[in-house]
Design a protein around this ligand. Structure first.
Ligand SMILES: Nc1ncnc2c1ncn2[C@@H]1O[C@H](COP(=O)(O)OP(=O)(O)OP(=O)(O)O)[C@@H](O)[C@H]1O
Ligand SMILES: [Mg+2]
Length: 278
């Protein structure tokens, strides 16, 4: 990311990925609901279709079911109503390992393993760690600005560096679908802004499909090509807003278009909260 050694320069004239006609959605949710065994209804009537290459932010209040929704898309949890279809790999076959990358809110690193071993975990789980895999780990660590820290242990890293390891771990398999659950929420503002830029550069270069959970209107507008605003629990999508700001986005935070979009998204979120109270 910072000093990204990627061979492909950022694509400055990105194709229109928002609602592109003819693009098969990579994620399709229809009437998705989730009621936990406790009886708590976390999600209700989720309709969502995500095209390849989109950067979609899921924005909603705490407890509205964002993490639950991400877990359903990742295949870590089953919906209790409706259907969730993720189109990766060959039709009708199980999704090949490594096609989905998941970054949790907490870095969840193994404290007894160094940076390289932590980033290598997806390959260890798949039972393949050879020269090619080690090269990929080195490239992912370079991409997140951690070259030179391969041998460091988590307790020797800052919070931002630990999160970078977690992102590298999700990137080593070069996933087509990247799911991020409030990855920067616990970080200070300066680190968060820097990681926002790094993530954007990575998306502009590699163009995975990204689903990014956040509480922050400003972060969602800066990063996304589209924002889905969720209602309070049971969560459903109350607004689906394309973000028309051009890429690259550096400098966008001070543009009138950015301010106007933040106002639109804040309004949609405010409306969702008001409707829930009435
Ligand atoms: N395994 C579970 N069993 C019972 N209830 C659960 C379970 N997991 C989550 N919930 C409940 O479902 C609701 C949605 O939780 P979820 O973690 O998806 O919210 P969230 O939008 O991600 O919140 P936050 O922004 O605070 O992370 C919450 O009320 C939570 O208590
Ligand atoms: Mg959550």
């Amino acid at each position: 990311m910072r000093g990204l050694p990627d061979p492909t320069p950022p694509n400055l004239s990105l194709p229109d990925v928002v609602g592109s006609a003819g693009t098969e959605p990579i994620v399709q949710l229809h009437g998705v609901g989730k009621r936990f065994a406790s009886g708590l209804e976390a999600l209700d009537g989720i309709e969502l279709s995500v095209a390849r290459g989109e950067f979609l932010s899921l924005l909603g209040p705490s407890g509205c079911g964002k993490s639950t929704l991400l877990r359903i898309i990742a295949g870590l949890s089953e919906p209790t109503r409706g259907t969730c279809r993720v189109s990766l790999g060959e039709p009708g076959k199980p999704i090949p390992s490594g096609r989905i990358g998941f970054v949790f809110q907490d870095p969840t690193l193994m404290p007894w393993s160094n940076v390289a071993a932590n980033a290598e975990l997806p390959f260890r789980i798949a039972g393949r760690v050879g020269a090619e895999e080690r090269d990929r780990v080195a490239a992912a660590l370079r991409a997140v600005g951690l070259a030179g820290f391969e041998g460091a242990y988590p307790h020797q890293l800052s919070g931002g560096m630990r999160m970078r390891v977690s992102i590298a771990r999700a990137l080593v398999t070069d996933p087509e679908l990247l799911l991020l659950d409030e990855p920067f929420a616990a970080l200070d503002e300066i680190t968060r802004l820097a990681l926002n830029d790094d993530l954007l550069r990575l998306w502009e270069t590699r163009r995975p499909t990204v689903l990014f959970v956040t509480h922050s209107v400003f972060e969602s507008v800066y990063l996304s090509t589209r924002i889905a605003v969720m209602s309070p629990r049971p969560g459903h999508i109350v607004a689906d807003l394309p973000v028309a700001l051009p890429h690259p986005r550096e400098g966008a935070r001070t543009s009138p278009g950015y301010a106007a979009m933040c106002e639109t998204v804040s309004g949609a979120l405010g409306m969702a909260m008001t409707d829930a109270r009435t």
